[in-house]
Write a protein that binds this ligand. Sequence first.
Ligand SMILES: Cc1cc2nc3c(=O)[nH]c(=O)nc-3n(C[C@H](O)[C@H](O)[C@H](O)COP(=O)(O)OP(=O)(O)OC[C@H]3O[C@@H](n4cnc5c(N)ncnc54)[C@H](O)[C@@H]3O)c2cc1C
Length: 464
Amino acid sequence: MKTRIDLTAEQIAHLAGLVEGRISTHQSVLEQHSHDESAFVPVLPSAVVMVQSTEEVSAVLAYCNSEKIPVVAFGAGTSLEGHVVPLHGGVSVDLSNMEKIIEVRPDDLCVRVEPGVHRMALNAKLANEGLFFSVDPGADATIGGMCATGAAGTTTVRYGSMRENVMALTAVLADGTVINTGRATRKLSAGYDLTRLLIGSEGTLAVITEVTLRVFGIPEKMAAAVVRFPHLTDGVAAATAIVKMGIAVARCEFLDAKCIKYLNSYDSLTLVEAPTLFFEFHGSPRGVEEDAMSVQEIVREFDGTDFEWTSEENQRRKLWSARHNSHWATLAAHPGKKSVSTDMAVPLSRLAEAVALAERTLSQHSFPHSILGHVADGNFHCQIITDPAIKGQTEEIRKVVSEITFKIIAMGGTCTGEHGIGAGKIDSLVSETGAEAVDVMRSIKKALDPNGILNPGKIFTLAD
Ligand SMILES: Cc1cc2nc3c(=O)[nH]c(=O)nc-3n(C[C@H](O)[C@H](O)[C@H](O)COP(=O)(O)OP(=O)(O)OC[C@H]3O[C@@H](n4cnc5c(N)ncnc54)[C@H](O)[C@@H]3O)c2cc1C
């Protein structure tokens, strides 16, 4: 699909009839749906449709398919690779009105939700039942968006990512067909795993309209710890050693000295500006203390100093809220600028080397940057500041990011541990999986969406 599709007045009127008039072509609404949180150039959709049910999504998709109108599903718009940018115009289908928590099932440790539910609202509700949903990307994303990007977060090392925590889905295919995948069972071996096919499909195969998620009991005790290191790679190597020792950390996050500086200023903290690991431990009071003490011993071997731990709830929350604010803290330190956020993962044994490679490469350029990551998963991010007012700067940064990414792939790593491919990593995906595997993905896409209406221009290019 090469051209931009703008809807005719008739098409807009027809779509309006399918959703009780909830369609907008107002400039401000189009602009809101033209971009995500990345530095990609915004593109306006031709119209925004606010859907409220699976039936409405089905009717909208069936019509758009018959008219060959591109459709981009929109959750909270927090993705980072241009995922929701409607590259070919058409319709942005906004799912944020579908925000019902349909059913909490404490005895089955699962919850059924609509896709527009935000992860923080879900956790506020689950807390009343002594439960929590574990996947926590840094933004307050929607569950549908998190399914579609295969999101992960700070607790993935202990509880898994969306891939491990989605049990079942309802989804609408391009022609309006509604399918159900998976069951609310702990085990399932029935046929092709369509649930996992849709997780990470970035709105290119179907629009997800209902999700059954696994949830966990809130641990009896939680404690947080902080430790500093003289060098970036010491902290990373310590995190790797902790995972190898089998210590069940619930969170283990690395932040470089610049990240800490930004957090101090943004969150009024007084942390020492040095490479730092943040930890969290979950379990019984005794288990948590034992884990913290074991970690303290290991970090000493890597020159970790000033190990401090606390089970005081306010301090623990403050620390992790600061960690989740790191993107905004970095932007606040660079007013008027944007951030290019990379997302790579390597086998654990290569992590220290990979982080050193990224730091070395970025240091050869003058763009402000910082490094942080979910290091216990071998996953790290570089936040690189770009000035949108300087023509060509974002493209120059993207070239440097590609250079690092290709080296990471050559080390056996992946171009994305959690953010996904979007429009930004199409070449990296080919380099990582090979053209043959991408062709298999194209075949699946053609089988489910023969007119290529669902989020065209993302993950891979389609031949015309
Ligand atoms: C500060 C910050 C920190 C972040 N930290 C993390 C992190 O730690 N881990 C992580 O994984 N990500 C992280 N992200 C990225 C982002 O939050 C995730 O990718 C998130 O899953 C996107 O959800 P969303 O609701 O914003 O989706 P959107 O951005 O609206 O959409 C993302 C993609 O999903 C598709 N989509 C949305 N809803 C549906 C649906 N119902 N059915 C089918 N397709 C759909 C869209 O078409 C698009 O392709 C971060 C982003 C920011 C800004």
